[in-house]
Design a protein around this ligand. Structure first.
Ligand code: SAH
Ligand code: F3S
Length: 483
């Protein structure tokens, strides 16, 4: 019996052979949930394990080790993981030798409690402790349970070349910062991923060059808050003020890092995620405008359009400041696409606050959006200080109004491309037709077109003929100059 792992990004694409796996005898099945950082971390875990006798496997039932990289961002994410653990428990009943480990944010949040609550778990490992996996595995091989949830001041895994699990060979993530210092009151991330620290730019460039040699065409620089990237020789972001004058003078911020990446590999597309309005500088936007290979797309979560809600969320900007930033972006990069994250039903959100959110959306006309109902997370400042007092029905109704408006705007933005020619990087076969390729344009919109003689990884110019709110449909008119 075999169950293909459905929880990996690009799960339906080409698999790149992982040479370091070749002589490994044990196998690890890794399932990842949540943000891109978790998927990227799973590649780091796979790399660490490949040095210790494990190869990655898609077959849950024959694996020696099952790892689940978990997300705590909303209650629902945690419930999904608990359901999966029930499944793993059944697998374990048929194969008593298999070990189960929990990684990521839930591991960090629940720590030892996990072992008590979920009896079948052998190992609990937080996001900063993956280098300890070989030791922890030895412990569980001895029949003990193992836990390491220590958060680090300097761990960035900059010295580890990720094993690209189930990659399509075209897109890859490069993580550039870890942790977050922003302390948005609703958010569990500062507690599960610790204080913010940046990775040595040298190691980022090395990873970029390595990906280029391996044939990758597009990379996404990853961080909880990429605009806050700051390298001054190591250490926490919050300790920058204590750095020496020389360190300060030679420090590298996100705008500089972005420029270094764009210049180092001018033929590769560069993306980044996630941006935070309070930290995004005009310099970053200018660098984006200056280099053609940096994609004209910014994911710029706002969470709410109301000043009082933004304040209660401890977002460090006002509605007016956010609007000014959006205006600056469109002034400097007129064809930039912008997406958002939005939360409905934050404590005390009034009907007027909700209307302010809708009116902000009307103003920006975002290309995409990721929209959520507020979910109280234990231990966060909001959970401690504010009552989760918006009833479920109101949260749901507000959310559906937000989603409906977003669909309208996505269609509006998609329609802007009709009649135009866009550059598409081919990533995979279209889900709906094996005669069509699917890829994205710079603005991150999916484009579908007949395959002809093109291949995955080609940069192609596509003339857009029609669209839905999520997809552009067109015909290829030749390779782009990037190819
Ligand atoms: N800066 C991060 C944000 C991580 S959380 C990044 O890299 O994307 C992603 C989104 O989840 C947030 O922007 C927010 O919209 C949503 N979110 C976070 N905590 C939440 C909560 N308690 N309830 C509902 N949505 C939440
Ligand atoms: Fe969370 Fe706010 Fe950081 S949403 S990840 S605390 S920027």
């Amino acid at each position: 019996m075999s169950e293909k792992n459905p929880y990996r990004y690009n799960g339906d694409s080409l698999v790149v052979e992982n040479n370091t796996d070749k002589n490994n005898t044990k196998s690890v099945y890794i399932e990842s949930y949540g943000c891109a950082m978790n998927f990227s971390d799973s590649e780091i875990v796979a790399s660490i394990l490949s040095e210790n006798g494990y190869k990655t496997s898609d077959d849950l039932y024959s694996a020696d080790l099952i790892l689940v990289n978990t997300c705590s961002i909303r209650e629902k994410a945690e419930l999904t993981v608990r359901k999966r653990l029930e499944k793993f428990n059944k697998v374990r009943k048929s194969n008593s030798k298999v070990k189960v480990g929990v990684l990521g944010c839930m591991a960090e949040r629940l720590k030892h409690k996990f072992l008590e609550e979920e009896k079948i778990v052998d190992m609990v490992v937080g996001p900063d402790a993956y280098k300890d996996l070989p030791n922890l595995l030895e412990e569980i091989d001895d029949g003990k349970s193992a836990v390491n949830v220590i958060l680090s001041k300097d761990e960035t895994y900059g010295d580890i070349t990720p094993t690209r699990i189930n990659s399509n060979g075209v897109n890859a993530f490069i993580s550039i910062t870890r942790g977050c210092d922003n302390m948005c009151t609703f958010c569990v991330v500062p507690f599960t991923r610790g204080r913010e620290r940046s990775r040595d730019p040298q190691s980022i460039i090395e990873e970029l060059n390595d990906l280029n040699i391996k044939g990758f065409k597009e990379i996404t620089l990853l961080g909880q808050n990429v605009d806050s990237y700051l390298w001054y020789g190591g250490g926490l972001k919050k300790d920058f003020s204590k750095a020496s004058e020389i360190q300060k003078a030679s420090s590298i911020n996100f705008a500089k890092l972005l420029e270094m990446c764009a210049l180092t590999q001018p033929k590769m597309r560069i993306r980044f995620s996630t941006s935070n309005p309070q930290d995004m500088s005009l310099d970053v936007i200018r660098v984006m405008a200056k280099y053609e290979n940096i994609c004209n797309y910014i994911h710029l979560p706002v969470q709410s359009g109301s000043d009082s809600v933004l304040k209660a969320m401890n977002r460090q900007h006002t509605r007016a400041e956010y609007i000014k930033l959006i205006e600056d972006i469109f002034k400097i990069i007129p064809d930039c696409s912008i997406s958002h994250d939005m939360i409905s039903g934050f404590p005390n959100e009034s009907e007027q606050d909700h209307k302010d959110t809708l009116s902000l959306m009307e103003l920006v006309k975002y290309s995409f959006g990721y929209m959520f109902k507020y979910s109280e997370r234990p231990g966060t400042p909001a959970a401690k200080k504010l009552e989760d007092n918006i009833d479920e029905k109101t949260k749901s109704r507000r959310l559906s109004e937000i989603v409906e408006l977003q669909q309208k705007h996505s269609l509006y933005r998609s329609k802007e491309f009709i009649g135009k020619t866009v550059e598409v990087l081919i990533e995979k076969e279209s889900k709906k037709s094996n005669l069509h390729w699917a890829g994205r344009n710079q603005q991150n919109t999916t484009v579908v077109f007949p395959k002809e003689n093109y291949n995955i990884g080609d940069f192609v110019n596509v003339k857009i003929n029609s669209c839905t709110s999520a997809t552009l449909v067109g015909d290829a008119i030749g390779f782009s100059k990037n190819n």
